[in-house]
Design a protein around this ligand. Structure first.
Ligand code: NDP
Length: 274
């Protein structure tokens, strides 16, 4: 039988850990396939989707900046992709329709929200309103959190998100530092803290001692803010769990095997981030 082929598309994409993750599982479950990186320009998206339609590629993950831009080339958005209008996993179904699904929502639920006791009663602040924000908001909603605020440097983007998710409370960017103390869970969904990038201009020193801080960033494994909070005995999560769990669901959708997240895999991923 012909080897299968999977890939991740995005731009830039060189630092993605998805090939390592998926090739580990493909190897472990003895599936004859390869998962590669495709650095794709916007005008090449359609060409990639055609390759899935004609069977040259069996499935793709989609990352920044194409999670919305790919939608016009897909036949059907399903489940969480429909609710968020954000697609990160694509495949052809048994009737040859090109399906767009979102596994980031599952990544957030399985990686973090299921591990937080009585999450439903907690007050949460999402910092950031970019491409990943709809998945964060919808994961919180699915996990039954009711009190959700959002804050973003560009205010209009928060307003845009409120049109889809009308339960959101919008806060002003300039009030971020003083608002931190009011929340039980804070999720950094910005790129502040990414390797070789800017960070928050202040320390998160005025927060609840019971705060749970979730950083969607995994490179570095500990952003300056996460490290500061951890040193102050605040419960923190980095973005690696989300990455692994969204990958686990994509793998299942393509191969109908729920791959195990074992220590060897985690160590392999962590070793690449050192
Ligand atoms: P986008 O580029 O769509 O959005 C970037 C966000 O960061 C916007 O809210 C933007 O604000 C904010 N931002 C950027 N620079 C600054 C700055 N100097 N000051 C204040 N705010 C800033 O990215 P995504 O939404 O796709 O990704 C956001 C984060 O989520 C990234 O760090 C990414 O690594 C992480 N992520 C993690 C995943 C995982 O599996 N762990 C999966 C997907 C994403 P503004 O709107 O004002 O520009």
């Amino acid at each position: 039988m012909k080897n299968k082929s999977f890939a991740i598309i995005g731009n830039p994409i060189a630092h993605s850990l998805s090939p390592l993750l998926h090739n580990y599982w493909l190897d472990k479950y003895k599936i004859k396939a390869n998962y590669s990186l495709l650095d794709v320009k916007e005008n090449e998206i359609e060409k990639i989707t055609k390759k899935i339609r004609d069977g040259r590629i069996n499935g793709i993950n989609v990352t920044l900046p194409y999670k919305q831009k790919i939608i016009p080339y897909i036949d059907k958005l399903v489940n969480d992709a429909k609710s968020t209008n954000s697609v990160n996993t694509i495949f052809l179904d048994s009737s040859n329709s090109l399906i767009g699904e979102n596994t980031d929502v599952y990544g957030l639920q399985a990686g973090y929200l299921k591990k937080i006791d009585e999450a439903e009663n907690k007050k949460v602040l999402i910092i950031g309103a970019g491409g990943v924000a709809p998945s964060v908001i919808f994961a919180l909603k699915k996990s039954k959190l009711k009190n959700i605020s959002i804050i973003n440097r560009t205010h209009e983007k928060s307003i845009f998100l409120k049109k889809r998710f009308n339960f959101l409370e919008i806060l002003e960017w300039k009030s971020l530092e003083s608002e931190l103390i009011n929340f039980d869970i804070i999720i950094n969904a910005t790129s502040l803290g990414l390797k070789d990038s800017n960070d928050f201009e202040f320390n998160f020193s005025r927060v609840k001692q019971s705060l749970i801080y979730i950083d969607t960033i995994y490179n570095p494994l500990e952003t300056k803010t996460l490290k500061f909070l951890k040193e102050n005995n605040i419960k923190t999560f980095n973005g690696l769990e989300m990455l692994i769990y969204q990958g686990q669901k994509s793998f299942y959708l393509w191969n109908k095997i729920n791959p195990e997240i074992d220590d060897q895999l985690v160590n392999l991923l962590v070793s690449k981030l050192k």
